[in-house]
Design a protein around this ligand. Structure first.
Ligand code: CDP
Length: 220
């Protein structure tokens, strides 16, 4: 089962799901085993949010955010097959910036802006032109790569998700974020019709990774 992707192997594995569902950990491990690049699109929305706050723009000021981004360079790259983001005058951002409480609090507001999404979706599609990828987010199977046959929706009960985030020692109002992500007009969080849904409430990471690998084998 542990094999690198060949020319006939999947190019894009899409992993979506709500906050703190474990999708990031699963996606990262999966990419590692398949020897492809791991991209967290949440990090890209987080990077933009960090820059908005850093620049003193109010996240709910849509015009202000759009205007700021027009004059901002966003550099999406990869290091050791893991996606990286640098924005404006910043270096590659790390967890200290991307998981800051203020970023958690405002990321769903910034991510609801269609112009922000269009800009980042273009970057996300560019990654797939370079190499095989496991990409995780909210709209990867529904909007970014609707044609990939490899679509997974990783979820868990709200209690389990809240507990997982707290165990990381991170302040994060995940139910508020989920509500915003599901109810926004632009690319809301939905379960793609053709996605394989995995509830991880009672599963460990390894079990979920195995399950996804089995499904990929079946589809391939
Ligand atoms: O930390 P967690 O896994 O819950 O979230 P994340 O994947 O880092 O995403 C942070 C936020 O970015 C989400 O709550 C969404 O508002 C936004 N996001 C999005 O709108 N679309 C994506 N493809 C990925 C993230």
């Amino acid at each position: 089962m542990m094999r690198a992707m060949s020319a006939t192997s999947p190019k894009v594995i899409a992993i979506d799901g709500p906050a703190a569902s474990g999708k990031s950990t699963v996606a990262k491990e999966l990419a590692h085993r398949l020897k492809v690049t791991f991209i967290s699109t949440g990090s890209m929305y987080r990077a933009v949010t960090w820059w908005v706050l850093e620049s003193g723009v109010t996240p709910s000021d849509t015009e202000g955010v759009v205007e700021l981004l027009e004059s901002t360079e966003i550099r999406c790259g990869q290091e050791n097959q893991i996606g990286t983001v640098a924005i404006g005058s910043s270096e590659v951002l790390g967890p200290e910036q991307l998981s800051a409480t203020a970023v958690n609090d405002h990321v769903s507001t910034v991510a609801a802006i269609p112009e922000v999404r269009a800009r980042l979706v273009a970057e996300q599609r560019r990654y797939a032109q370079e190499s095989g990828i496991v990409m995780e987010g909210r709209d990867i199977g529904s909007v970014v790569f609707p044609d990939t046959p490899y679509k997974f929706f990783i979820t868990a009960s709200e209690e389990v998700r809240q507990a997982r985030r707290e165990a990381q020692g991170i302040m994060d109002k995940i139910s508020e974020r989920d509500q915003k992500d599901k109810s926004r007009k632009a690319s809301p969080l939905v379960i793609p019709e053709d996605a394989i849904v995995i509830d991880t409430s009672e599963l460990g990471i390894e079990q979920v990774v195995q399950r996804v690998l089995e499904e990929i084998e079946k589809i391939s």
